[in-house]
Write a protein that binds this ligand. Structure first.
Ligand SMILES: [Zn+2]
Length: 165
């Protein structure tokens, strides 16, 4: 499966160049699990789950605009952020709650607090985690739609970057 956009830019190269940090505070790169390809019912997971205690801080992986705060049946309390060029979207789901003062349209810096790990939506209450997905936006820049990219390689490369703030 290719993540090539119509303009020929490779989505994985774009993501790696953004140098995203691990979006859950205190989680080491070596603790990440690559469950992107897991088949769940009729479809692939196309995200990674980062297990953490409820209430652990969820941090912006990159600079860029917070485009949408949205509550859905599967995702629960979620946030969508674009990268500064509006070519990638970052999706944070199952949040327990948002950070105080978080609002749509605000510009985030890498490491800013988005919210807290939880189990809203279809996550098990016994297994709070952050469901984190990345997708390559099309030219329409629709926050709900894009070509999925596995965030695992870029986050592994980040090392312990969350501590570097
Ligand atoms: Zn998930």
């Amino acid at each position: 499966m290719s993540a090539q956009a119509p303009d020929g830019t490779d989505g994985y190269a774009l993501l790696a160049a953004r140098r995203p940090i691990i979006p859950v505070e205190g989680i080491a790169a070596s603790a990440l699990q690559n469950n992107y390809d897991q088949v769940r019912g009729p479809r692939r997971h196309e995200a990674i789950d980062i297990m953490a205690a409820r209430g652990t801080r969820v941090l912006a992986v990159d600079d860029g605009k917070l485009v949408k705060l949205f509550t859905s049946v599967p995702g629960g309390i979620t946030a969508y952020q674009f990268d500064p060029q509006g070519r990638l979207a970052y999706y944070y789901a199952h949040l327990d709650r948002y950070a105080q003062g978080l609002r749509e349209g605000m510009e985030l810096k890498r490491g800013d607090l988005i919210g807290y790990v939880g189990s809203t939506g279809n996550a098990s209450a016994e297994a709070p985690h952050l469901h984190f997905a990345v997708f390559r936006l099309g030219p329409e820049q629709q926050w709900w739609k894009g070509e999925p990219l596995n965030p695992y390689p870029a986050l592994r490369a980040a090392g312990g970057a969350t501590a570097a703030r």
